[in-house]
Design a protein around this ligand. Structure first.
Ligand SMILES: [Zn+2]
Length: 674
């Protein structure tokens, strides 16, 4: 990677460009097009790859911990000095594609002290709804090796209100800047005012049924963040909960794959040598959580797909096109999916692009039905080569991908210049595969191609863990680049990790306010602060990389003074973008970068160059030459490593009703697979 220093000049006359953001003077117009004219660049580096260094403060705030109980030296020694995010799916195919950003982390540690702690835990008590312990606290009490019994009552505490209190008070009392990444490590246990407690987030409503998934015990958490600020609190004295498996201290190997699943128990299990294991490693566990959950996953994650894979042409849009194939006559898929909500959420995630969403209803018939039957194993027809290759690897929907690839214009028509996100949604009586949605790569280069979803309507009175609207928002989030908040890439070690085995604890960061979570109904239907900020930063790095590529192609041919002026204008936009990055104004940075790349695309058109944004799979394939043969071996699906509940349980029953459990979901229903 090349750090950007000073100016780059395409000509021999490397006149110094004024520092900062001042547009270089336009070159005198010459008659006709010419090659080799001089364009001075401050930020674009034709033919190079960006490596934008970002000073990244990370605050570690200990709330309720005594300094003597934490080994700070040990924690800090396990945290990364830098973060170099890359695009994860191409990496599975042996293609290294970095995002063009380098985070230089600067850690600050604070212990809040008695006055802050008294105020905080007093606030928690003041907003708590006290009631019987929830279902998973009961399961914890039924464990053979639990250190104590939780209850008989527990305090249910609003997670969003807690996050906001910590953000506001850490600014007012500790002087922490509102735009800095902050982990609040909370421990209430051991104080005289301690109550067993759990955090809830109400208002996570399925628009089809009106059901609030925040009422489920499965939605309760011990951590939360990203709702109102760039912070995440992690309370080891809360729960235990379903999402992070912390209720289970008996079963070492949760997914029965022969490997113990490393999870982090409630704080009262630490130092208890008679418990499930001698948890004497509190500081080591906190270091893991800060490094992998907070930094690698929530604060500065790596995208799963290239965030530049869906860049529209200037004046065009990102177009989410969902085709609902109706294969279950008693049910109507259109009653579970809402184009307006999908569009609003996607637009809020990327406000610097125009975004549209549409839903088209049609029968599951003809060629689509044939492909569906092959994929589902109902038909013995041979299927396409992608199916025969990747079906056995766990991608039976590859048959559907290749069918739609070959009939794309029929099912996913697009105006020229639009970036289409194709969603094939099957309303069927039962799930053909053990997953409800997948965003697939092209199986060659790791670029996103098709989204496949399955919608099985529950019987009357029943709910599902993940309704179709949530699945669509989640999968389209993948398509534009977002990873799950429970898997990630650690650039210091080069490890791409999933929440299983030694990394089972990374379920903890799933407890954040994003539809990319596996919490019921995705935890939230709207994208959170981490999603939006990272999408913005990724746009700057990736679009600058594309601009570098396009500028080299333009300059290598004939380019008129008008084209040179377009390049200069684009360069000024990217300079503004980089300046905004250094001011942590992520939205302004992305907006300027998108404007800059639109200008580059206009210059491309004038120069007869195909924009690099439209050549990503080909460019990746070319870059893959050294890794030939690795593709396929690295293809995989995010596995399920937690215990899927056989029934859902309410902690907050509807008014006038008893604590009746919600009817169970379908046995085939697990959760979004990718
Ligand atoms: Zn997913």
């Amino acid at each position: 990677m090349l750090k950007r220093l000073g100016a780059w000049s395409s000509g021999a006359a490397a006149a110094a460009v004024l520092a900062g953001l001042i547009l270089p003077p336009a070159q005198p117009a010459a008659a006709g097009a010419r090659a080799g004219s001089v364009v001075h660049f401050a930020t674009i580096q034709p033919g190079q790859h960006p490596a934008l260094h970002l000073a990244t403060p990370v605050n570690l705030v200990f709330v309720g911990y005594q300094p003597s109980t934490v080994d700070l030296h040990r924690i800090l020694s396990q945290l990364p000095a830098h973060g170099d995010p890359l695009v994860r799916f191409p990496n599975f195919f042996g293609i290294t594609k970095d995002v063009g950003l380098r985070y230089d982390y600067h850690y600050s540690v604070r212990f809040t002290g008695k006055a802050f702690d008294d105020a905080f835990f007093g606030y928690l008590s003041s907003i708590a709804k006290v009631g019987p312990i929830d279902y998973y606290q009961k399961l914890y009490n039924e464990q053979q090796h639990n250190a104590l019994d939780v209850g008989p009552t527990t305090a249910y505490i609003d997670a969003n209100a807690t996050e906001a209190w910590l953000e506001n008070q850490s600014q007012a009392r500790l002087g922490i800047a509102a735009d800095q990444y902050t982990v609040f490590l909370v421990n209430w246990y051991g104080r005289a005012d301690f109550q067993f407690h759990d955090y809830y987030h109400l208002g996570n409503i399925d628009p089809a049924t009106g059901f609030d998934y925040g009422r489920l015990s499965e939605s309760l958490t011990r951590a939360w963040g990203g709702n109102s600020g760039p912070t995440w609190f992690y309370d080891l004295s809360a729960g235990p909960d379903w999402d992070d498996n912390s209720y289970n201290v008996d079963t070492a190997d949760l997914d029965r794959n022969g490997e113990p699943d490393y999870r982090i128990p409630p704080i009262w299990e630490y130092g208890n040598t008679s418990a499930y294991r001698p948890f004497t490693d509190l500081s080591g566990d906190l270091a893991k959580v800060i490094r992998y959950d907070a930094i690698d996953i929530l604060f500065t994650p790596s995208p799963i797909y290239d965030p530049a894979a869906t860049v529209p042409s200037p004046g065009s849009v990102k177009r989410i096109e969902a085709d609902v194939f109706e294969g279950d006559p008693p049910n109507n898929g259109l009653s579970h999916i809402f184009a307006g909500i999908i569009q609003n959420n996607a637009q809020a995630l990327e406000p610097y692009y125009g975004v549209t969403a549409s839903v088209t209803d049609q029968p599951l018939a003809d060629g689509v039905l044939d492909a569906y039957n092959i994929a589902a194993g109902i038909s013995n027809a041979p299927g396409c080569s992608d199916f025969t290759t990747f079906g056995p690897l766990g991608f039976p929907e590859a048959e559907l991908d290749c069918y739609f690839r070959d009939h794309r214009a029929q099912y996913f028509p697009a105006s020229p210049g639009d970036a289409v996100i194709p969603v094939a949604d099957f309303t069927v009586p039962q799930y053909p595969f053990p997953f409800i949605g997948s965003t697939d790569p092209d199986f060659q280069t790791g670029e996103p191609t098709f989204i496949t979803e399955f919608d099985v309507a529950p019987p009357p009175g029943y709910i599902t863990l993940y309704p179709m609207i949530e699945t669509t928002i989640h999968e389209t989030g993948h398509f534009v680049g977002l990873s799950h908040p429970h898997d990630g890439y650690d650039s210091t070690s080069g490890i791409d990790f999933n929440p299983e085995g030694a990394f089972n604890f990374s379920w903890d960061s799933d407890e954040s306010a994003t539809p990319m979570s596996y919490l019921p109904n995705g935890g939230s239907l709207t994208f959170d602060r981490f999603d939006r900020d990272n999408m913005s930063r990724w746009q700057v790095g990736r679009l600058l990389d594309l601009a570098d590529t396009d500028a080299a192609a333009i300059l290598s041919g004939n380019h008129s003074p008008q084209i040179d002026a377009q390049l200069a204008e684009a360069d000024a936009d990217f300079s503004r973008a980089v300046a905004a990055l250094h001011q942590s104004d992520w939205l302004a940075a992305a907006t300027a970068a998108v404007a800059g790349y639109a200008e580059i695309q206009r210059a491309d058109a004038a120069a007869g160059v195909t924009p690099a944004s439209q050549l990503l799979p080909k460019a990746d394939a070319a870059g893959k030459a050294s890794a030939a043969g690795k593709g396929g071996r690295h293809v995989r699906r995010t596995p399920e490593a937690r215990t899927t509940p056989k029934a859902l349980h309410l902690w907050l029953p509807p008014a006038g009703k008893s604590q009746a459990p919600v009817a169970p979901p379908h046995t085939m229903l697990t959760s979004p697979a990718t």
